[in-house]
Design a protein around this ligand. Structure first.
Ligand SMILES: NC(=O)c1ccc[n+]([C@@H]2O[C@H](COP(=O)([O-])OP(=O)(O)OC[C@H]3O[C@@H](n4cnc5c(N)ncnc54)[C@H](O)[C@@H]3O)[C@@H](O)[C@H]2O)c1
Length: 427
């Protein structure tokens, strides 16, 4: 099939490359000329495992990139909208990029097209995009379909090609049939429903996962007080298949470009429909508190932050991505700096993206280089590279053998045997 993908960010680029790999002809569109020139030169603009291989396999063949929405829409049968829906001033999803994209698409529609809302959009957005397009593309035949994306950064290519389910929200049988055909090679459960339910499924799923994270963080804080180990507790809970092991890892709080903004947007969707979502407000409150508690733990270990040297490993919101949007690591580091600490940090992929957000941090060349004169090592993102360090060497470089492992990614016994003071979260 012929596909256009409007917005070549984390979701759009992966979507386009994966559809090309399934044999479709894909045109990726972005407003940012620099991004499109880099992609056309074969440079991958984000860090995502498996993406460089897909790009080099298909670029210039069945995968091309342009800034020209008009040309991409004319050439395509299915047009995916994958632009950002960031948090607006009141916590709601800012739909201006979507409305602009829909308006750009509308002018170029000739003949039947399916426009797919893949970005995370509040309930009613399928209708909204329909209205925007109808106004400009009078008389043209088209359907707008909600098809939310569930991929996770860091495993995006694998998630896109092996989804747990594909959700299609439409009342058009014709569109549902074409979408089913498009995704057929993935061999995944297809869940066809109405647009409002499809839109709600995405928000409800993210809010539920965020709730699990805040729940286990709350349990972790109790574990510390009663001398239990949250890792043991989560493992024991996870064996219950009604609960499961996933998203029960305590840490410095959830972050990233989705959970915080989607939870906030759902609170706003609820509020504007007359329901007060106390539960989700609590989830957000626990999360904000967890970030503060992590910085406070460092302060307590050091007996105050003023003038202390802290080595930080990890700035991305999770491993295997260069994304630092709403990263709890960034928030924790800000609190440490505010308290007067000196921070020397290292992240394998996120340093270029974080410099503007944290200009007062000293950036190291590598994990060991971050440890020079350190009074404390604080692990904020659990990259494999950190877990596999030679901790004998780590101890030799640091001023003081003190580790605060905010991701619970090290084995406390092994680390303590090497002469470190070790503290995790909830252990
Ligand atoms: N990042 C994730 O892990 C993830 C996962 C699932 C869903 N989502 C949702 O997908 C959407 C996109 O997220 P993202 O992380 O890929 O965002 P992003 O910011 O990485 O990418 C958006 C891209 O759209 C481009 N753009 C904006 N307006 C445009 C226009 N009119 N025409 C062409 N290009 C335009 C921007 O230049 C940018 O490159 C959001 O709604 C997000 O909530 C994200």
């Amino acid at each position: 099939m012929k596909i256009a993908v409007i917005g070549t960010g984390y979701v759009g680029l992966v979507t386009g490359a994966c559809f090309a790999d399934l044999g479709h002809a894909v045109i990726g569109v972005d407003k940012e000329e620099e991004k499109i020139s880099r992609l056309n030169r074969g440079e991958v603009t984000i860090y995502e495992i498996g993406l460089p291989e897909l790009l080099s396999r298909h670029l210039g063949r069945n995968l091309t990139f342009t800034t020209d929405t008009d040309e991409a829409v004319r050439e395509s049968e299915i047009i995916f909208i994958t632009v950002g829906t960031p948090q607006g001033d009141e916590g709601e999803a800012d739909m201006s990029y979507v409305v602009q994209a829909a308006s750009d698409i509308a002018g170029s529609i000739h003949g039947y097209k399916i426009i797919v809302n893949k970005s995370t959009m509040p309930v009613g957005s399928t209708r909204l995009v329909e209205r925007v397009i109808k106004e400009k593309a009078r008389g043209e035949e088209f359907d707008v379909v909600s098809n939310p994306e569930f991929l996770r950064e860091g495993t995006a290519v694998r998630d896109f090609t092996n989804p747990d389910r594909i959700v299609i929200g439409t009342e058009s049988q014709k569109a549902a049939g074409i979408m089913a055909e498009l995704y057929r090679p993935l061999n995944a459960p297809l869940f066809i429903t109405d647009p409002a339910s499809a839109e709600m499924i995405k928000y409800a799923s993210n809010a539920f996962l965020a709730t699990k994270v805040s729940f286990i963080n709350a349990i972790a804080n109790i574990c510390e007080a009663v001398d239990a180990d949250v890792k043991e507790v989560a493992m024991g809970m996870g064996y219950d298949h009604r609960i499961g092991f996933e998203f029960l890892r305590s840490g410095p709080g959830f972050g990233g470009s989705c959970f915080p903004k989607d939870c906030q947007a759902l609170i706003e969707i609820a509020r504007s429909s007359g329901y007060h979502f106390y539960l989700l407000e609590g989830v957000m409150q626990v999360n904000r508190e967890q970030i503060r508690l992590t910085a406070r733990k460092a302060e307590i270990r050091l007996g105050g932050l003023e003038g202390k040297n802290i080595a930080v490993w990890g700035l991305a919101f999770k491993p295997n991505t260069d994304d630092v949007r709403d990263s709890p690591a960034v928030e924790v580091v800000k609190l440490l700096l505010e308290g007067g600490a000196r921070v020397r940090a290292y992240d394998p992929q996120a340093m270029d993206n974080v410099r503007g957000l944290l200009p007062d941090v000293e950036y190291a060349q590598g994990a060991l280089d971050a440890l020079k004169d350190a009074d404390l090592l604080l692990i904020l993102t659990d990259w494999d590279e950190f877990k596999m360090q030679d901790f004998r060497k780590v101890g030799e470089i640091m001023s003081s053998r003190d580790i605060l492992d905010a991701r619970n990614c090290l084995e406390p016994l092994t680390i303590r045997r090497l002469g470190f003071n070790y503290e995790g979260i909830g252990r």
